[in-house]
Structures are given as C-alpha cells and as structure tokens.
Design a protein around this ligand. Structure first.
Ligand SMILES: NC(=O)c1ccc[n+]([C@@H]2O[C@H](COP(=O)([O-])OP(=O)(O)OC[C@H]3O[C@@H](n4cnc5c(N)ncnc54)[C@H](OP(=O)(O)O)[C@@H]3O)[C@@H](O)[C@H]2O)c1
Length: 307
C-alpha cells in the first residue's frame, strides 16, 4: 500500500484510504447494527493495511470509539491513525458546544473510550453559534502542544468559519460532505485549503452507497428524498460511463470511484463507510486502481452537472 497523505501542517501521515465507522456501534444512527459486525470490520480494515480510522462520539454516543478502542489493543498503535470528533455535550442533551473547556473534556473522554493516550486527529464535529472559532481551536492547540492530539480538524464549518478557526494557522484538516454528486467544496473552499496547507477529507464519498453502482434506475424511490428523478437518471448515466472504465480495469464501479478520489490532488484521504468486512476488503482494492489522465477527466466530466 503506497498511497500516503501528510495531514496539514502536522507530522501525521496516513494511507489515502481509510475506514468510516458510523456503522461501527452507531446504533443511534443505524438501528439494528450488531456490535460484533463493528468489531469484525475494524479488524478487517487494520488487517488489510488501512491506517486511518474515522470515528466520532456521536456514532453510538461513544460506542463506536469503545469498539475501536478494544480492537486496537491487539495492533501496533504507531501504525494506526485515529481520527475522532466531538462537539455534542452529553451533559446537555448532546447540544453542540465549541466551548474551549468542553472541547478539552471531550478529548479526554474520547481518549478514555479509545483506550489510548493520544489522538492523531481531533475534529470539532459541528460549529456552535457562539464560540469564536479561533478560541475553540486555541484550546485544541494547547492539547496539541501537550501531545494529546497530533492534528487539529474542523467539520461542517462554512468557509467563513474555517477562516475564523484558522486565524492563527492552526487548522490541519477539514472534513466535509463531498462526493462526485455533491461537489460544493470545489472552487473557493478547496482553493483556501490548498493556499493554507489544510488537508481535505470528504464524508459520504459513496453517497451512502449510491455511487457503488449497486442500484439501478428502478431503485429511484430509495433516493427520492435527496434527488429529483432527472438528477437520479443523470447519476445512473454517469455511473454507466464509470462502469465502462471499471470494466477496462477489471474492477468495480465503487473501486473506480474511490480510485478517482485517491487520484484527486485536492483530497488527502477517503473514508468510505462499510457494513461488513467484505465491503472493506473490496474497497481496499481501490488503492490498486490507476486511472489514466483521460479516464480521470472522463469521470470528472460525467459528473460535471453536480459541480
Ligand atoms: N463529519 C461528519 O459530519 C460526517 C458525517 C457523515 C459521515 N462521516 C464519516 O464519513 C464516513 C463515510 O460516510 P458514510 O459511511 O455515511 O457513507 P459512504 O461512505 O458514502 O457510504 C458507505 C456505505 O456504502 C455502502 N458500501 C460501502 N462499500 C461498499 C461496497 N464495496 N459495495 C457495496 N456497498 C458498499 C455501505 O452501505 P450499505 O451496505 O447499507 O449500502 C456503506 O455503509 C462515515 O462512516 C463517517 O466516518 C462524517
């Protein structure tokens, strides 16, 4: 596994393919999940050489972090890149807070659940309405100086909030909603991030499974809340073009889409979620997909309507 990314101004490096873990212990978000499946898929990811594990307090209100914390005890911690997020205050109905003292407590609580003494990346999961963003980041910078976290991230911040958070050039990484069918971060946001040496990680890279190619035009009703019928048909047509490229490489649509993100210089690492170890094993093969410049452009153009 060779594709490696350096995270912002920190000294964290990671495989460009990670694992998203909202389906590891995230019972509050996905009813019916079994803990054992969560254990199995985190193990599968680490056994396959994935380094970046992306979790959050909100995934199971700590359960995802606890499961990951149990699993990593059997692995070399120095080879794992643990990213977690906090902002929801469990003592106040999980209301969003960026209060500096609260964030310090959130990091301490995550460290306990993950059973480790440092986090590679800590993201402020959501912005609150009141805390000056540079003050929130300054609290995290104290923890960075103390060795409790190695890189500082923000998530779901507007570009203005990112700029405020980065007033003192202390933000290393941004995690935001982005995929080939949700391309709002391209343009101004990516330009600012590049100019300020801030890494970008997209969430929902597979549009919650839609971009794996496993759905057909007949499945429109499953996605009717998010897309108009004509948008859905556009996505199906774009995926047919991806499929033709995938067939040339003898790989799947999902692997080709993930390969496109890995090849994208504005994306540091991609963290597809998974429901089972088989999906993890399939997704890891995206690291072997090498798209030609022309194939990369064809995929870019196929989804141009979503820019
Ligand atoms: N910062 C934030 O606010 C935020 C918000 C959301 C998510 N995230 C992070 O981003 C990660 C990724 O987002 P996500 O997991 O919600 O969405 P995603 O990566 O777009 O989609 C993942 C889903 O696609 C399906 N899938 C994955 N690989 C597949 C394969 N090889 N073949 C067939 N189906 C496959 C699985 O669902 P099915 O089997 O059910 O189809 C899987 O759960 C999360 O896990 C989380 O860590 C962060």
């Amino acid at each position: 596994m060779t594709a490696i990314a350096k995270i912002g101004k920190s000294d964290v490096t990671t495989t460009k393919l990670g694992l998203g873990t909202n389906k590891v212990g995230g019972h509050n978000l996905f009813p019916g999940l079994k803990d054992q499946d969560g254990y199995d898929l985190v193990k599968a990811a680490l056994d396959d050489g994935i380094q970046l594990i992306d979790t959050a307090f909100m995934y199971g209100l700590g359960r995802s972090e606890e499961i990951i914390g149990d699993v990593i005890q059997d692995y070399d911690r120095s080879k794992i890149v643990l990213a977690t997020k906090g902002a929801q205050d469990p003592n106040h109905d999980n209301q969003v807070s960026n209060d500096p003292e609260f964030l310090k407590q959130a990091v301490a609580d995550s460290l306990k659940r993950l059973k480790t003494d440092y986090l590679d990346i800590f993201y402020i999961h959501f912005p609150d309405k009141t805390t000056p963003k540079d003050e929130a980041v300054a609290a995290l910078n104290e923890l960075k100086q103390a060795g409790k976290i190695r890189a500082i991230g923000v998530s779901n911040f507007s570009l203005d909030q990112i700029k405020e958070a980065n007033k003192n050039q202390q933000v290393d990484i941004v995690e935001d909603h982005y995929s080939l069918v949700y391309r709002g971060a391209e343009g101004e946001e990516w330009t600012y991030l590049k100019d300020n040496n801030i890494s970008f990680v997209p969430y929902f890279p597979l549009a919650s499974g839609l971009l794996t190619g496993k759905y057909s035009p007949a499945d429109y009703q499953k996605f009717a809340k998010q897309y108009s019928e004509s948008q859905y048909n556009d996505i199906m047509q774009a995926l047919a073009k991806v499929k033709a490229i995938a067939d040339q490489h003898g790989v799947t649509v999902a692997q080709t889409i993930l390969g496109w993100y890995i090849a994208n210089p504005d994306i540091s690492a991609v963290i597809p979620g998974a429901r089972n170890p088989q999906q993890v094993a399939a997704n890891v093969k995206a690291l072997d997909v090498t798209l030609s410049e022309s194939e990369y452009e064809q995929i870019d153009q196929a989804f141009a309507a979503f820019k």
